[in-house]
Each structure stands twice: as structure tokens, then as C-alpha cells.
Design a binder for this molecule. Structure first.
Ligand code: AHG
Ligand code: MN
Ligand code: MN
Length: 334
């Protein structure tokens, strides 16, 4: 079998389809390399003393794990010197990170959730990295938060890595979704699936059921109907999975279909959900749509939302088209 590495894939995309520029290619290679470093740190676990809490809080008021901090630093260090970025933003930093003056600046903005699924780090369950790439508005020399506040439709690239039994990198440049598996001996990502596609129908859903009592009526109605199974209004049995790492739950959906939900709930009525729009919901929605799925906040297409702030939260319903469409209709009916 002829193996296509990420490097070759990107060069051929550029050459044959002219869909990527050299700087974007460099950006993706650098992010992929950072994910390899994170994968290595994750894989060492207790042997390298990387498990447990870092005893500091991030801007979201969450206690950071050591690996949240390490992964954030790996991504910053890998990306600051290449000349391909104008600035970066991260779940773990309140404000955008400016490229140090000693390095040249590029035209892209990179946003990331350096380590997704933090609650799974210490229990040896799959975790990952999510990233999104935007263009820096023309003429902007020192990008600020407001320059990042672009709708998800403006993304030029999005991807995630899952550090599971294997490390995979899933990528979209707006022309389909492709999956690469890390060959640990070679040290490179190898293309293992082209054009991933999410089936429109599914019998599997993904939601943290412990929050049921806090959900809005349309979400309760939808999930109640799934739970009612064969004898209920849906006339079929549904299965449930919840990894509690969005990367792993979304990766399953890209592999065999399903619907993933993190709705708004009444625990913190001021917050429109738990997941963050700019570096969780937007990149994942771009990937899901590119694979033929659908992503809404219950009312609107997630990618069309005009962001108000870097760390804003959003309700998320994504995955198999017919199910996301249904739960979105239930919101409209209410
Ligand atoms: P993060 O670790 O980056 O803060 O994200 C965790 C997110 C997401 O990955 C996952 O789907 C969800 O939080 C899990 O939430 P619950 O613990 O409420 O189930
Ligand atoms: Mn996350
Ligand atoms: Mn995170």
C-alpha cells in the first residue's frame, strides 16, 4: 500500500487543487507537530509526572490540569516563530497571544482548545486538541480580541487530534474531512481515511443525562422520545454513549454516526451552554458540516453565529442530519 503522509497530502492538495497556500500548509504541519508532542506527553502520563492539577484557574474559572498548561505551551511555542500567524487565542488564556516582535508575522489567526476532555486525563480515557484557523483582517498589524470575532463560516481550516488507543488527526480545509493516524515509528501522520461522511440517520445519541432536570422543554421532549424506544413515538431503540471528551464523542460520530448534544441548562441560566463557540463549537461544526452532518445551537446554524467575545459559550447539537434537524425543529415548535 502506498502511504500518503500529511506532508504529501498537503503538498498534493496545493498542487492539484490549489486549495491551500504555502503559509497555511506550514501552519497545519506545525499544529500537527505540536499535536505529536502533546500525544507524547499524554502517552507518558504518570511516568513523566504530567497528571494531576496545576493548581491554577483559567479565565473560565476552571482549575487547570498540568496537561492543559503543558499542551497550551507546546502549541504556543511551536507556532510563534514560523511567520505564518498574526496571533493566537486559547481556552487557557484570557487574551489573545501576540506574536513576539523578534518573529515575522503572517496572515492567519489560530485558535485552540489545547487539551479537550480534561476530566479524563487522570483516568486514562481519550482526550484531544481542537483548533480553528481564521484570516486576520487586512491591514491589522496588532490583532486584538475583536479581530478574532468572526463567524464560523469564515474558518479556512479546522481540525482536532484525539489521543486515544491511536492518535488521529482529523482535518478540513473546506473540501471534505480527512483522517490521519500517527505512525509512531515513522513519527508522521498517515492518511487513513478520505472524505469521512456522517450518515443522516442514527440510533445513537450522546448527552450528559445527569443534567436532565436542568434542560429546556424541547431537549427533554427529544431525549424522552429517544428513551421511549420501540414502543415510543420514534418506534426504534436508541443507544447512548458519553465519553465526556467532545473530541472522542465527535470522532465516534464521524466514524459511525450519532447526535451529540450539550444544551443550555438552568444550572447557570446566564450561560448559553458549556462549550465554547470559538475553539470548540465552531471548528467541530465546520468538520461535521463538511462530513455531511448538521450543527445548530437549537435555533441557528452554529457557523452563522456572530461572536460577541472570545470565550463565549453556546449550546451545541451536532451530528447526523435528520436528528439534529429534529431537535432543532422541537426548539422552533416550543
Ligand atoms: P475542556 O476539557 O476543554 O474544558 O472541555 C470539556 C468539555 C467537552 O470536551 C465535554 O464534552 C464536556 O466538557 C464534558 O462535560 P461534563 O463534564 O459536563 O459531562
Ligand atoms: Mn474542551
Ligand atoms: Mn480544554
Amino acid at each position: 500500500m502506498r502511504r500518503i503522509t500529511l506532508t504529501r497530502f498537503l503538498i498534493e492538495e496545493q498542487r492539484n487543487r490549489n486549495v491551500i497556500e504555502t503559509d497555511l500548509r506550514l501552519l497545519i504541519e506545525v499544529v500537527a507537530r505540536a499535536c505529536k508532542s502533546i500525544s507524547l506527553a499524554v502517552g507518558k502520563g504518570a511516568l513523566a509526572g504530567v497528571l494531576g492539577s496545576a493548581d491554577v484557574e483559567n479565565v473560565q474559572g476552571e482549575v487547570q490540569k498540568k496537561l492543559d498548561v503543558i499542551s497550551n505551551e507546546i502549541l504556543l511555542e511551536a507556532n510563534e516563530w514560523g511567520g505564518h500567524l498574526a496571533a493566537m487565542a486559547s481556552e487557557e488564556m484570557e487574551h489573545p497571544y501576540a506574536i513576539p516582535h523578534r518573529y515575522p508575522k503572517g496572515e492567519f489567526l489560530l485558535l485552540f482548545d489545547p487539551l479537550d476532555g480534561s476530566s479524563n486525563i487522570d483516568v486514562n480515557v481519550s482526550i484531544g486538541t481542537i483548533f480553528s484557523v481564521l484570516r486576520c483582517p487586512e491591514g491589522v498589524e496588532q490583532p486584538e480580541e475583536k479581530h478574532f470575532l468572526q463567524a464560523g463560516t469564515e474558518q479556512v481550516c479546522a481540525g482536532y487530534a484525539v489521543y486515544g488507543p491511536t492518535t488521529v488527526l482529523v482535518l478540513t480545509l473546506g473540501r471534505g474531512v480527512h483522517c490521519f493516524t500517527l505512525d509512531r515509528e515513522l513519527g508522521s501522520f498517515v492518511l487513513t481515511q478520505r472524505d469521512l461522511s456522517i450518515p443522516a440517520d442514527t440510533k445513537e445519541f450522546s448527552i450528559n443525562m445527569s443534567n436532565m432536570r436542568h434542560w429546556d422543554a424541547p431537549v427533554r421532549r427529544y431525549v424522552d422520545e429517544l428513551l421511549a424506544g420501540k414502543s415510543g413515538p420514534r418506534a426504534k431503540d436508541f443507544n447512548m454513549r458519553w465519553v465526556a471528551s467532545m473530541v472522542a464523542d465527535v470522532h465516534r460520530i464521524l466514524t459511525r454516526g450519532g447526535v451529540f448534544m450539550y444544551p443550555r441548562d438552568a444550572r447557570e441560566p446566564s450561560k448559553p451552554g458549556k462549550l465554547r463557540l470559538m475553539y470548540e463549537a465552531n471548528p467541530m461544526s465546520f468538520i461535521v458540516e463538511q462530513a455531511g452532518g448538521m450543527a445548530t445551537d437549537g435555533h441557528r446554524r452554529i457557523l452563522s453565529i456572530g461572536p460577541q467575545s472570545l470565550h463565549e459559550r453556546v449550546a451545541v447539537f451536532l451530528g447526523s442530519r435528520h436528528e439534529v434537524d429534529r431537535v432543532t425543529r422541537y426548539h422552533a415548535d416550543a
